[in-house]
Ligand binder design. Structure first.
Ligand SMILES: [Ca+2]
Length: 294
C-alpha cells in the first residue's frame, strides 16, 4: 500500500511545482504580470444588454450604433496567459527608448517624459511602437479576447454574463479616469462633450493619471486601469465578430484598441467596447499593456 501511495505523492508535487506563479515580474522592465487562468466567457454585448446599459448610464440612443461591432455575443475559451497589472508607463517606455534609440512620443521633451508623469501610461505611441516595445521586453500585445476577459472576468456564479465594467455593472464616473470625471458631470451628448473638450484645461492634455490611481476600478483578476486612462492597443486587426477574416472585409491596417481613455465617456469605458485605429496612428489617448505566454 505504502509503495503505491509514494509515487503519486511524488508526481503531484512535481505537477504543483510546474504551475506558473500567479504573479510574475518581467525582469526587462520590472513590470508586474498577473496570471489569468484559462477559462470561457461570453465576449461582446447582446442587443438587449446594450438597451439596459444605455438606460442605466443615460447614454443617448443614437450612440447605440457604436456598439454594433460588439455583436454577436459569442463564447470564447482561452488558455492561461499573463497580462501586465498596469499600462506601460512613461518611465518604462523611456528605458526602452534609452536602450534602443526608438523614437519618442511627440509631446515629450526630447527623450524625457513630461515632468511628474513618470508613472503615467505612455501615450502617443502607435501600434508599431507598442510592438517594438513588446519585442524589446520579451512580451506581446494581448489579443482582444484576452483583454476583454482580463477586464470583465468570468460569468457570475448565478450565470449572469461577465461584468460591464471591470468593477461591476453600475456606472460611476468617479471610479476611473474618464471624461465625465474631469467634467464633474455626466457627458451624455456630443455638444456637452465638445464643450468640455474645448475648455481651458486643453493645454494640460493628455489628462492621464498615475497607473493604479483608481483601485476601486480593479478587474476581477486584479488588473488596473482597464477602464479609461489610456486606450490600449491589442494585437489583431479589428474585424467583425462571427465572420471569416478575409481580405475584403478587413482594412489591413486597422488595429483594435480597448478600454477607452481620459477623453471618453461611459460608452467607451465599457469593457466590451471596440474602437480601432490605423496601426501607424499617434494620438494622446492611446497606450498599451503587454501580455506573455506562461
Ligand atoms: Ca486603460
Amino acid at each position: 500500500m505504502f509503495l503505491i501511495v509514494m509515487p503519486s505523492v511524488c508526481c503531484l508535487e512535481a505537477a504543483d511545482e510546474a504551475e506558473p506563479p500567479k504573479i510574475a515580474n518581467n525582469k526587462k522592465d520590472s513590470a508586474e504580470m498577473i496570471l489569468i487562468p484559462g477559462g470561457s466567457f461570453l465576449m461582446g454585448t447582446a442587443a438587449e444588454e446594450v438597451d439596459s446599459q444605455f438606460s442605466d448610464t443615460g447614454l443617448p440612443n443614437d450612440w447605440k450604433k457604436h456598439t454594433e461591432d460588439e455583436r454577436p455575443r459569442h463564447k470564447q475559451t482561452l488558455k492561461p496567459f499573463y497580462i501586465y497589472k498596469y499600462e506601460v508607463t512613461n518611465a518604462q517606455y523611456k528605458a526602452f527608448i534609452d536602450a534602443t534609440g526608438h523614437r519618442t512620443p511627440k509631446h515629450w521633451n526630447g527623450t524625457d517624459f513630461p515632468t511628474d508623469k513618470r508613472k503615467h501610461p505612455v501615450v502617443e505611441v502607435s501600434w508599431d511602437d507598442a510592438l517594438a516595445y513588446c519585442q524589446w521586453a520579451g512580451t506581446r500585445l494581448p489579443k482582444e479576447a484576452e483583454w476583454e476577459y482580463a477586464a470583465r472576468g468570468p460569468a457570475s456564479e448565478d450565470g449572469k454574463p461577465s461584468r460591464v465594467f471591470p468593477w461591476g455593472n453600475e456606472w460611476d464616473r468617479r471610479l476611473s479616469n474618464n471624461a465625465s470625471l474631469h467634467a464633474g458631470k455626466e457627458l451624455v451628448n456630443g455638444p456637452d462633450w465638445k464643450a468640455w473638450y474645448e475648455g481651458d484645461h486643453k493645454r494640460k492634455f493628455p489628462l492621464t493619471t498615475p497607473v493604479g490611481l483608481f483601485p476601486q476600478a480593479v478587474s476581477p483578476f486584479g488588473v488596473h486601469d482597464m477602464a479609461g486612462n489610456a486606450w490600449e492597443w491589442c494585437e489583431e486587426l479589428q474585424v467583425p465578430y462571427g465572420k471569416p477574416k478575409n481580405k475584403d472585409e478587413a482594412n489591413k491596417t486597422m488595429r483594435s484598441r480597448r478600454g477607452g481613455s481620459w477623453a471618453n465617456v461611459a460608452l467607451h469605458i465599457r469593457s466590451a467596447d471596440r474602437q480601432s485605429a490605423t496601426q501607424t496612428d499617434l494620438n494622446i489617448y492611446t497606450g498599451f499593456r503587454c501580455a506573455k505566454n506562461p
